[in-house]
Every structure is written in structure tokens, then in C-alpha cells.
Design a protein. Structure first.
Length: 303
């Protein structure tokens, strides 16, 4: 049993024009040709599509179901045709973008909205990784574009085969909950004092690359969490201490849920970047890289 798209299109045309005769006129065919095509469809499905017992043929319940589902197939077929033609003209079928967790997804909303104005057929697929995991996603081909990695402290800063451009800066501050023992410590808090308290760290999501860690002291107890958002929640709950990006905790500091402490280590500033593979740039990736080149993120406390 095979249902071809022409038969589904005919069924939709009959309903749109209101009769077999009107559909035949629109197609410049004899009404008998339309009737024959419908008979063929009914025989192939072994169902009655039209009830012809009355003055005017009407869709049976089975025919109505076929019409409704057929419309979806016709729409999908049209969308597929447009997508294939678009890909042939240089648009990617899908663009995979990996975000470092220092860049929250809501930061990308305006960028996505601007991209949508192009009415591009390219589907966007976002994922999130941490530290070396972002670079591994790019190198392995699981992502086409990396956004937000901390470049100046990363082993991939001088990687060959990649385009790497600046995306701005992010400042990390040492923060604890008001209930944490370090909240009452005189400033600057010394390294030895910090070492005595559990740190909250984000686990590097790399599968094969050498994992990277930041801000941990030798011999310090560690609670490892999946991303920076979870790290913020853990430190809000007083489960540990550590360095957090200012952009993720600005409101928590303002309302007193977190306290920024000066330490013997100065405030840490990281250069953020975006990167993509050389020699693999369709129209969607080209737009994103040109758009990001106009963006400079400044995730830092007010002066």
C-alpha cells in the first residue's frame, strides 16, 4: 500500500474547491480522470474515502483522517524541499553551538532573535560544556561553534586549525553565603584559611582531553558539581566556597545572599572567546561569527 503526494494534494484540492468538478477544472482535467484517481487511492488503501450515496460526495471519517494527516505530510514535504534547496545554496541543515557555562543561555536570546530575522532554514542546536569539554566538542565535530571559553587560561589558546576571536572578559570573585564561616573572616582572607574549607568546583566535561581546574588549593576538600549554575546554588546554600563569575551572582550579592570576600589572590579576570574550525563555514556559521565579532561581553562588577 502506497500513498503518493499527488493523491494527497488532489484530496486537499477537492476540499478547497468544494467538488470533483471544480478540482478537475483547476487541474485542466476531465472529471472522470479525477474520479479514477480517487478510486485508485481507495482501492490501494481498501477504504472508502468519499461517501457518494447523497447528492454531493462527502468525506467519510477515514477520508477526513486521511485529509488531515495528508496535509501534514504535504507541509513536511514542502518544508523538506525548501530545506534541501537551501542547503544546496550554502545554508547548513543544522548549526551546533556549544556554550561554556560561564555564558548563560539567556545571553544568546537576542543573538538567536537577530538570526531568526534572516528566515534561515538552518536549525540551531545548543549544548553546554565546561572548560576543556567545549574545546573537545569543537575538535570532535560534535559542535560547529564554541562560545564563551576562558581563553587566557586554556591549553587550547594557541591551537592550530581553529579560528579564535575575543568575546570580552569575565571577572570571577570569591564568594560565600552569609552563614559560611569564611563570611566573618577578616580581609583579605589568606590562602591557608581558605584551604581549611570545602571548595565547590565545576567538573570539566571533557571525555578525552586533559581536565582543567581553577581556584582549588592543594589538599582542599572539594564538592564537584556539573556546571556554574549548580556551583552558584551550592555556594548559596553554604555548602562550600569558591570563585564565581560576577554575571551569575550580581543579584545574589545585591540582595545579600552571597558575600564577596577579598583574598590574598586578587580578583580574577578571564578573557572569553569564540572559536570554530577552519575551512568549514556555511552561511549560518558565517553569520554567527560575523555577529559575535561585534559583541564584547563585560561580565564584571561596577568600578
Amino acid at each position: 500500500m502506497t500513498i503518493n503526494l499527488d493523491s494527497l494534494a488532489l484530496l486537499e484540492l477537492i476540499e478547497a474547491r468544494g467538488s470533483f468538478a471544480a478540482a478537475a477544472l483547476a487541474l485542466n482535467k476531465a472529471p472522470s480522470a479525477i474520479t479514477y484517481q480517487l478510486r485508485q487511492l481507495e482501492e490501494s488503501l481498501d477504504v472508502l474515502i468519499y461517501d457518494r450515496s447523497g447528492h454531493k460526495a462527502k468525506l467519510t471519517p477515514a477520508g477526513q483522517a486521511l485529509l488531515e494527516e495528508g496535509r501534514k505530510l504535504l507541509e513536511n514535504s514542502e518544508a523538506l524541499t525548501k530545506r534541501v534547496k537551501a542547503v544546496a545554496s550554502g545554508w547548513e541543515a543544522e548549526l551546533r553551538i556549544v556554550l561554556d557555562s560561564v555564558v548563560p543561555f539567556e545571553q544568546t536570546i537576542a543573538w538567536i532573535d537577530a538570526f531568526d530575522q534572516l528566515q534561515s532554514p538552518t536549525r540551531l542546536r545548543f549544548s553546554s560544556e565546561v572548560l576543556s569539554g567545549t574545546w573537545e566538542a569543537l575538535y570532535s565535530g560534535r559542535a560547529d561553534l564554541l562560545i564563551g571559553s576562558r581563553l587566557d587560561q586554556n591549553q587550547f589558546a594557541t591551537a592550530t586549525g581553529l579560528h579564535i576571536q575575543s568575546l570580552g572578559q569575565s571577572v570571577f570573585v570569591f564568594a560565600v553565603a552569609p552563614t559560611h564561616p569564611l563570611a566573618a573572616e577578616p580581609e583579605p582572607v589568606c590562602i591557608e584559611t581558605i584551604r581549611q574549607h570545602r571548595a565547590v568546583a565545576v567538573g570539566d566535561t571533557s571525555r578525552n582531553f586533559k581536565p582543567v581546574t581553577f581556584g582549588l588549593q592543594s589538599g582542599q576538600a572539594v564538592l564537584t558539581v556539573p556546571n556554574l549554575q549548580a556551583k552558584v546554588q551550592a555556594q548559596l546554600a553554604g555548602l562550600g566556597c569558591g570563585w564565581l563569575p560576577w554575571n551569575l551572582i550580581e543579584q545574589d550579592v545585591a540582595n545579600g545572599r552571597l558575600i564577596v570576600k577579598a583574598t590574598e589572590d586578587t580578583t580574577r579576570q578571564s578573557n572569553l572567546c569564540f572559536a570554530w574550525q577552519r575551512g568549514s563555514q556555511g552561511k549560518a556559521l558565517d553569520w554567527w561569527t560575523r555577529h559575535l565579532a561585534t559583541v564584547q561581553l563585560h561580565f564584571q562588577p561596577p568600578a
